[in-house]
Design a protein around this ligand. Structure first.
Ligand SMILES: Cc1ncc(COP(=O)(O)O)c(C=O)c1O
Length: 495
């Protein structure tokens, strides 16, 4: 076995130097893919038998660079415009690599993560502060129950923990007793714009899929409809979920109005905000007002790996009342019964990777000023792209960007705004997206969304493309380039 010892230190350092150089070359390339192969070809290339013979680490690295790396996506390419997961913040990359080497396990503090636990708590406190939750003074943080939240590996995990909290809040002791009345744990979500993770979480934690979907306007809750749903569901609803930045257009709901509407009819229901994207509003004074009222929500999910250029997987669930974590704590003699053992408060996670250090480094390196500057530049790019779409014939923009997302449709030849053929429009956009995926020279995201702004036909289900302005490498030329490309694909698709 080749392992790190003082004797192999130099050899290992040379290898890792090569890994870093190659990895950085991959990330800094202009292209989205170096090579393309079909799914079947990749399966046949990579699903091989476990060999009998040993290989050196260098041989394994060569195999990776030859057979795996060429097909890896480069989300830091300025042509990858579907979402913003660049993972390219330099301080964060350095911290992430260091954390892999340091091999701390945040399940416990005393003997397996003496200092790492406190960088994690610092991150939680910075995130809380950014979104507008208050923190106790540092010298009053005496246990994980004062930290104000937990970090997880993604928004899905954070939302799932939030749903567990909602369940325990609705029926304390369910953790121990199990669910006896599934109808007690209904969820209220906005229709057509939410993320599946919230609904899936309810099913994963045994609550079943008792979901009330409330109509939206402008990609936000229709408040009278929300009030009706809350009134009707009173006593059977465990949580109402709002989006500070939905998965599609990143629209931020009117959080204060949502919270007040819900509380007026059901003072006890758990209020959760999914701010995986909405954390971006906390980065710049230009957008801070959009989070007004978020401090009225019991829990908030944020996803640094989506919005801070932090490598995967870095997410956090923040709690208005830090002590609420007691509702979902685990006690075992296999986890240290010590004040700062995060293993006690992170459902589904035992061994806990130090991924929060990536967020720690990004926030620490940028500071408030840097965060604001980065975010303001993103907003300018989003505005530029939105205006560009508006000036191009044959394209139709669907949202007024709150943050970095611009959803738009390619319109078919002969499109009549008075009598839109929604099926034909969607068919064309699906065909364009299929070509985008097949060719791999650019990337835009694609999904379905209700036509909440009535730009085609109010209420119709549309299948647009989406641009996201997060990557700082995106220039005006890239924005024009992807629209030229999309227009050309639409022309080909209609020939
Ligand atoms: C609003 C929202 N919530 C939750 C998630 C899930 O996050 P993750 O993929 O980090 O688990 C996403 C992912 O796109 C999202 O857009």
């Amino acid at each position: 076995m080749h392992a790190l010892t003082p004797d192999t230190l130099e050899q290992t350092a040379r290898l890792l130097h090569d890994v870093v150089t190659t990895g950085l070359a991959h990330k800094s390339a202009d292209t989205v893919y170096a090579a393309r192969a079909t799914t079947g070809q990749l399966r046949d290339l990579l699903l091989t038998d476990l060999p009998d013979a040993q290989s050196s680490p260098e041989q394994i690295w060569r195999e990776l660079t030859d057979t795996v790396l060429p097909y890896c996506v480069n989300m830091n390419s300025p042509r990858f415009l579907g979402f913003g997961d660049t993972g390219a913040d330099t301080a964060s990359l350095a911290a992430g690599l260091f954390a892999v080497l340091a091999q701390q396990n945040l399940i416990n503090q005393s003997f397996c993560s003496p200092s790492g636990t406190f960088t994690e708590i610092a991150v939680l406190r910075w995130l809380r502060d950014l979104i507008g939750y208050t923190n106790p003074p540092a010298d009053q943080v005496t246990s994980v129950w004062d930290a104000g939240g937990i970090t997880t590996y993604g928004g899905t995990g954070s939302n799932a923990a939030a749903m567990m909290l909602a369940r325990e809040h609705a029926a304390p002791g369910t953790l121990a007793r199990g669910i006896t009345d599934p109808g007690r744990f209904a969820l209220i979500v906005p229709k057509g714009i939410g993320h599946y993770s919230v609904k899936s979480a309810a099913t994963w934690i045994g609550c079943g899929a008792h979901i009330t979907e409330v109509d939206t306007h402008d990609f936000r809750y229709d408040l009278p409809a929300l009030a009706r749903a809350v009134k009707t569901g009173r006593g059977r609803t465990m949580a109402v979920v709002a989006y500070a930045g939905d998965s599609r257009t990143q629209t931020v709901d009117h959080l204060r109005a949502v919270a007040e509407t819900v509380r007026a009819h059901d003072p006890d229901v758990w209020l959760h905000t999914d701010a995986c994207w909405g954390l971006m509003c906390a980065l710049t004074p230009r957008l801070a007002h959009r989070l007004d009222g978020i401090d009225l929500f019991d829990s908030v999910t944020v996803d640094p790996h989506k919005v801070l250029n932090v490598p995967y997987g870095a997410s956090a669930l923040l709690l208005r009342d830090p002590a609420a974590l007691r509702l979902i704590s685990s006690y075992s003699d296999l986890i240290m019964q010590e004040d700062f053992a995060f293993g006690q408060v992170t459902p589904f996670i035992g061994t806990k990777e130090w991924t929060s250090l990536r967020t720690w480094a990004a926030l620490r390196a940028l500071g408030r000023q840097g965060l604001a500057q980065v975010m303001d530049e993103r907003l300018e790019r989003a505005r530029y792209f939105a205006d560009l779409v508006d000036t191009r014939p044959g394209l139709l923009r669907l949202n007024e960007p709150d943050m970095c997302a611009v959803a738009f449709l390619v319109l078919p030849d002969g499109h009549d705004p008075q009598a839109p053929d929604v099926e034909r429009i969607n068919h064309l956009n699906r065909a364009v997206h299929a070509r985008i995926l097949a060719e791999g020279t650019w990337h835009l995201h694609h999904f379905t969304i209700p036509d909440d702004t009535g730009r085609v036909r109010r209420g119709a289900l549309l299948a647009p493309l989406r641009f996201v302005s997060i990557n700082p490498r995106i220039t005006e030329a890239h924005m024009a380039g992807v629209l030229d490309y999309v227009t050309a694909l639409a022309r080909q698709a209609q020939q």
